[in-house]
Design a protein around this ligand. Structure first.
Ligand code: PLP
Length: 360
């Protein structure tokens, strides 16, 4: 067996231990004589799997008791509509900060249902920084303010949460959930698609404060109402059973290594290796202002499109895959989520060092 170092932004690497455990349990889950994929979601065996996944997630992320954890479908993109439909029903106004493609999409979708105000944007510099925002910029009486906590494409991350006073903060944590400790009390709602840092595509986790459930607009489809899923333990209809099971294994993997705090320390160490190299290289440079750098997604460029292309193709031949940057940034992007071992980052930096020597 030979496995590559996969730097994909998502779907992305999963921990090898998780894949092995899934392989072990593939044909006969816990003596049930079935694969998890074949189980009735109404069975006791499956209920135990989803209950354990939720409990482990709550434990490692320290989710307060007055928040529901929902396992939903439709990706983070469906949350772009669910959030305004469910939370935007008092003043029908919300504020959005535009820090990338996903933030733009969230804003555009909200505008279909409510008055969504863009209070700040970093589009002027290709989203290479996070604009300063604070409570003085919020629309008085708005139902919530939406931010994208980690911008997957541009590699920015809120290293300090803006001071929005008492406003209800909604945030998209698709590409940083489980990478760091989070004080959920500061947020009304957090959502994250699984396929970046949590598990396979097909499940989206929503953490929502109890008082924000039950206020959906009348037009809200049953399936898009948080209340539907909160009342039914994410089992109103068939949930993405296998994806939830794998997420559960990932949560246990994190717990076994010492929890999210330890995970974060490892992520800091890994990202430092790459950023230190970029800051000292004469050929490569990071594209994001240092204070807003993400630990998860690291975009970088050379000054030549030709060298960028050469780097992507040669790195691929060496077993470093999916390093091509997003078309709006160009160059390269290394996504170094929880599952990327430190050896992978060190090997990448060794390869970059060699490439720089050979091509300058
Ligand atoms: C990938 C991503 C999305 C979109 O996720 P889907 O599951 O494909 O809908 C939204 N927001 C962020 C920050 C992402 O990284």
């Amino acid at each position: 067996m030979s496995r590559v170092y996969n730097f994909s932004a998502g779907p992305s690497m999963l921990p090898l231990d998780v894949l092995k455990k899934a392989q072990e349990e593939m044909l006969d889950m816990g003596g049930s004589g079935q694969s998890v994929m074949e189980m009735s979601h109404r069975s006791g065996e499956y209920q135990a799997i989803i209950d354990k996944a939720e409990a482990t997630f709550r434990e490692i992320m320290n989710i307060p008791d007055n928040y529901k954890v929902l396992f939903l479908q439709g990706g983070a993109s469906t949350q772009f509509a669910m959030v305004p439909m469910n939370l935007g029903n008092k003043s029908k106004v919300a504020d959005y900060v535009t820090t990338g493609q996903w933030a733009k999409k969230a804003l555009a979708e909200a505008k279909r249902y409510i008055t969504a105000n863009e209070i700040a944007s970093s589009a002027d510099k290709t989203f290479s920084y996070l604009p300063d925002v604070d409570k003085s910029m919020l629309t008085p009486g708005a139902d919530y303010v939406h931010i994208t906590y980690n911008n997957t494409i541009y590699g920015t991350h809120y290293n300090t949460l803006p001071d929005f006073g008492d406003a209800t903060i909604v945030t998209d944590m698709s590409s940083c959930i489980l990478s760091e400790e989070v004080d959920f009390n500061k947020f009304g709602l957090v959502y994250a698609g699984a396929q970046k840092n949590m598990g396979p595509a097909g499940v989206t986790v929503v953490v929502v404060r109890d008082d924000l459930i039950g206020n959906a607009m009348d037009i809200t489809p049953t399936m898009l109402n948080y209340e539907t899923h909160a009342k039914n333990g994410s089992m109103f209809n068939t949930p993405p059973t296998y994806a939830i099971y794998i997420c559960g294994l990932v949560y246990e993997w994190i717990k076994d290594m010492g929890g999210v705090k330890v995970m974060h320390e490892k992520n800091v160490e890994k990202a430092k290796i790459l950023y230190d190299f970029l800051d000292n290289s004469k050929m490569f440079r990071g594209t994001v202002v240092p204070k807003d750098r993400s630990l998860m997604n690291v975009p970088f460029v050379t000054d030549s499109d030709e060298l960028n292309a050469k780097f992507v193709s040669e790195s691929k031949a060496q077993g470093f895959v999916n390093l091509k940057g997003h078309r709006t940034v160009g160059g390269m992007r290394a996504s170094i989520y929880n599952a990327m071992p430190i050896e992978g980052v060190k090997a990448l930096v060794d390869f970059m060092t060699k490439f720089e020597k050979e091509n300058s």
